[in-house]
Design a protein around this ligand. Structure first.
Ligand code: SF4
Ligand SMILES: [Zn+2]
Length: 328
């Protein structure tokens, strides 16, 4: 990677999100940071997107340059929400040095900010300090901490994702986050490897219900095949298929209150897809639903007909799990 490239974020773009019944203009940034302290999740390619120099001084300089780059290009005030993804956890001090974290707070003061963190990097005093800088009394709460819970089922999170923490760890982190008046966003993963299509639907529906009592926002991420991951290894050997868009619609219909879902990579072989003919309309519809919360739209999309719907129904009936052993 050339030097100039790593002084820019992995990606930054404008989008819209459905927040508390309204469409909100959003700026999403994927920062190149020091790298995830865990780095073992089977589907995750972001852990490879780390900043090449790991000492605190270089990392601080690198992240600050990326932030300035974003701030210069998206200078206008036309967005209210800022979503920041890192190569792991925003509140991990080894990954995002304190000066760089403070710079985020200074540059995006007054915005509604969403950052992501594993539960072991939740330090209430750090979050409190961050909130003190960004808060202008415009948003309540001014900060959401997103945690990649992925599923409420500890066995699936362990065996199919290798996430390295439990539901209980996330609930404890949630208490700490709420204690300093920040919100919690739960990220769930639709169809990790080793689940049948039907198991993936059931797991997502159960997980959404399990998160409702304590998560202030819930976002369903659809599993994609990222390069240099174990999921890619299985996918290349016909041992993994991303979820059908029909399954996504089924979950959104069953789930009740609007769930955020941006079908990234939708309609491509590496992303959630159907047959190729009906994908585009369904992907656009799911994206619109994420911005508007229009439940009629989801009902109408799920009622659409396409020959691949029969195939999907067959898969739901006939696919069988091939179990991984529980012991060594
Ligand atoms: S914790 Fe997050 S960033 Fe780290 S490996 Fe897992 S999914 Fe990737
Ligand atoms: Zn189709």
């Amino acid at each position: 990677m050339v030097f100039e490239e790593c002084e820019r974020p992995v990606a930054a773009w404008r989008n819209r999100e459905f927040y508390r019944g309204k469409k909100v203009e959003c700026l999403t940034i994927i920062l190149r940071t020091g790298g995830c302290s865990w780095g073992q999740c089977l589907m995750c390619g972001y852990r490879h997107e780390r900043y090449p120099f790991r000492d605190e001084e270089s990392l601080t300089r690198g992240i600050t340059s990326q932030l300035r780059w974003v701030h210069d290009r998206y200078r206008d005030e036309g967005y209210d929400m800022v979503k920041i993804f890192t190569s792991g956890s925003f509140f991990d001090r080894e990954e995002v040095p304190s000066y760089a974290r403070d710079e985020v707070a200074r540059l995006f003061k007054g915005k509604l900010i969403i950052v992501e963190s594993r539960p072991e990097h939740i330090y209430p005093e750090v979050i409190e300090e961050f909130i003190a800088t960004i808060d202008t009394n415009r948003w309540d709460p001014p900060l959401y901490v997103a945690i990649g819970l992925e599923t409420a089922n500890d066995a699936i999170r362990d065996k199919s994702i290798c996430k390295g923490f439990s539901l209980n760890d996330v609930k404890e982190a949630t208490q700490k986050i709420h204690a300093v008046d920040a919100g919690v966003k739960a990220y769930l993963l639709m169809k990790p490897p080793f689940l049948t299509e039907q198991e993936a639907i059931d797991d997502m529906v159960t997980s959404i219900e399990a998160c409702r009592p304590w998560a202030d926002l819930i976002s369903m991420n659809l599993c994609t095949v990222q390069s240099r991951t174990l999921v890619e290894w299985y996918w290349k050997r016909m041992a993994y298929r991303p979820p059908y868009l029909w399954s996504v619609l089924e979950v959104l219909q069953t789930a009740g209150d609007p769930i955020l879902c941006d079908p990234v990579g939708g309609g491509t072989p590496r992303g959630p897809h159907n047959c190729g003919t009906c994908d585009r309309e369904l992907v656009e519809g799911i994206r619109t639903y994420s911005e508007t919360g229009d439940r009629d739209l989801i009902r109408n999309l799920a009622a659409r007909e396409c020959p691949c719907k029969e195939e999907w129904q067959f898969i739901l009936r006939e696919e069988r799990p091939y179990c991984a052993p529980l012991t060594r």
